[in-house]
Design a protein around this ligand. Structure first.
Ligand code: GLP
Length: 241
């Protein structure tokens, strides 16, 4: 079941999402959070850092599992998702970094790394809350349109994703062509899913996610099968929903 919250703007969307995650941490201090990268969650992470500094939430027992990572980028690379998580959230709260997990894009055996990642998620019984952004083409994590894949796997990035993500690199040529991503079983095994969508560019994908058929052409449409999904969107992103 999908519940849609429409917020006035990105600030309100970020506050709302941080409140939902903060509530989870207060309810269950040892919770497992599934976390996402990209521009969409940055405001949420800022709010969570503020809440931590204000003494409202405590990350000391929280565990995290991230969705994805570029193939070939070390965690120290400033465009790697490990680096993103450290600088946007982990370095600013009292989380134990050994409790944070990001797929290893430099593993020699990516298949084995993927299987180990799925075992980790299964050992938690799935995440308590999985935070998601959404690609302009309806991807979640790096599950690109074309097929539903259950397990953590290596993926060839679509041209549209390379183009969209090139804004963060010096040029499109520098964007890695492959990524390792949590698969759809890992995402859907979450007890609760929160998807955030901001801006007009996401309106079409969001509309198809909520109202369209469940199809590999729009990977996020699989969320219709999950019993507890909250979509937090701003007015622009929800304009076609
Ligand atoms: C990347 C990430 C996704 C993210 C998407 C949207 O491709 N792998 O997890 O949701 O981009 O990013 P943004 O929030 O910057 O629009």
């Amino acid at each position: 079941m999908i519940t849609l919250y429409v917020e006035e703007n990105y600030e309100a969307l970020s506050r709302r999402t941080a409140d939902l995650i903060g509530a989870e941490i207060i309810h269950n201090p040892s919770c497992v959070l599934g976390l996402a990268t990209g521009s969409s969650p940055i405001g949420t992470y800022d709010c969570l850092i503020k809440d931590y500094k204000d003494g409202k939430i405590d990350f000391s027992k929280v565990k995290t599992v991230n969705l994805d990572e570029y193939i070939g980028l070390e965690g120290t690379h400033d465009q790697s998702y490990r680096y993103f998580m450290n600088t946007q959230l982990f370095d600013h709260v009292n989380i134990d970094k050994s409790n944070t997990n990001v797929p290893d894009g430099t593993a020699k055996d990516i298949k084995a790394a993927g299987e180990a990642y799925d075992e980790l998620i299964a050992s938690f019984g799935g995440t308590d809350v999985q935070l998601l952004g959404i690609g302009e083409n309806g991807h979640i994590g790096f599950n690109e349109p074309g097929e539903f894949v259950a397990g953590t796997h290596i993926v060839d990035l679509s041209e549209s994703t390379i183009l969209a993500n090139s804004r963060l690199f010096n040029s499109a040529d520098e964007v890695p062509r492959q990524a390792i991503t949590m698969g759809l079983h890992g995402i859907m095994s979450a007890k609760k899913i929160i998807l955030i969508a901001s801006g007009e560019k996401k309106a079409e994908a969001l509309s198809k996610t909520i109202n369209g058929p469940i199809t590999p052409d729009v990977p996020a449409s699989i969320l219709q099968l999950h019993p507890n999904v909250v979509i937090v969107a701003d007015k622009a992103a929800s304009s076609k929903a």
